[in-house]
Design a protein around this ligand. Structure first.
Ligand code: ADP
Length: 253
């Protein structure tokens, strides 16, 4: 892959937690390039290192060995100030629990990261995002006045409005009914197709993964397989073939 086509990459990534007998090796030698303007899903059994990989890629967690780049910025090696700036300017986040501020309106939540960064929203882009997630008539509502699906749409708008290099989504549909979940996944898909956004999503749901261009399978802290243009059935089969007790449990959910 040409370097300009890579939105994020990890080289020989290791992450250990704890030490001595309590040591857990969460990532063991992960190498991955995440293509710009692509939607990548990270899958694998519970405990396989999905969240750790995402957190290391996003600069939310330190690595034990190896390098992470977002665009041409080397994330590993940045100090606290550099990491804060990176998270503010180059990445967007969508979490399972929405993570909206309850006292702010939808519009204020969406614009908060930009206002913290002292950046002015691009009005036209803001309008496009609001219309894409269909929130025009909910902008003055506070999170408690919105359904789960609407709250997650606010979170998606917040992630997209700064045009980050990468949007990281951690089980974004985990708290939603299937209809709201499908809506969110369609927005994420559309932002890749129509606006060239790069998205990396952790999920255990084969149906959610089927919205991605590429699925990466982790087992025991290592990438063991990947799939392009996935279907839910093919993903489910692949999860079963990973053939660990945990994988079997996951695929039965
Ligand atoms: P997944 O997201 O695939 O469920 P995680 O990345 O959360 O997996 O975890 C990978 C491994 O690292 C697991 O064995 C988990 O228990 C361990 N782990 C994750 N976070 C911590 C932490 N803060 N301290 C100690 N161990 C952790």
């Amino acid at each position: 892959m040409d370097a300009t086509e890579v939105a994020a990459r990890a080289t020989d990534l290791y992450k250990t937690y704890g030490s001595g007998e309590a040591q857990v090796i969460a990532l063991r030698g992960v190498n991955v390039e995440l293509q710009r303007s692509h939607f990548t899903a990270i899958m694998g059994p519970s405990g396989s290192g999905k969240s750790t990989l995402m957190h290391c890629l996003a600069g939310l967690d330190s690595v034990s060995r190896g390098q992470v780049y977002i665009g041409d910025t080397q994330v590993t090696g940045l100090g606290d100030a550099g990491l804060t700036k990176l998270r503010r300017d180059k990445v967007g986040f969508v979490f399972q629990q929405f993570n909206l501020l309850p006292t702010l309106t939808a519009a204020e939540n969406i614009l908060l990261p930009l206002s913290i960064a002292g950046r002015k929203p691009d009005r036209q882009w803001y309008d496009t995002v609001i219309d894409t997630v269909n929130l025009r008539d909910r902008l003055d509502h506070r999170p408690a006045q919105l359904s789960g699906g609407q709250q997650q749409r606010v979170a998606c708008a917040r992630a997209l409005v700064g045009r980050p290099e990468v949007v990281f989504a951690d089980e974004p549909t985990g708290n939603l009914d299937s209809r709201s979940g499908a809506e969110i996944l369609s927005f994420l898909r559309a932002s890749v197709r129509d606006y060239g956004q790069t998205i990396v999503m952790v999920t255990h749901d084969p149906n959610a993964a089927s919205y991605a261009d590429r699925v990466i399978f982790l087992t025991d802290g290592q990438i063991v397989d990947e799939m392009r243009d996935p279907t839910a059935e093919a993903v489910l089969d692949r999860l079963k073939s990973l053939d660990t007790p945990a994988a079997a449990t996951q695929s039965e959910r």
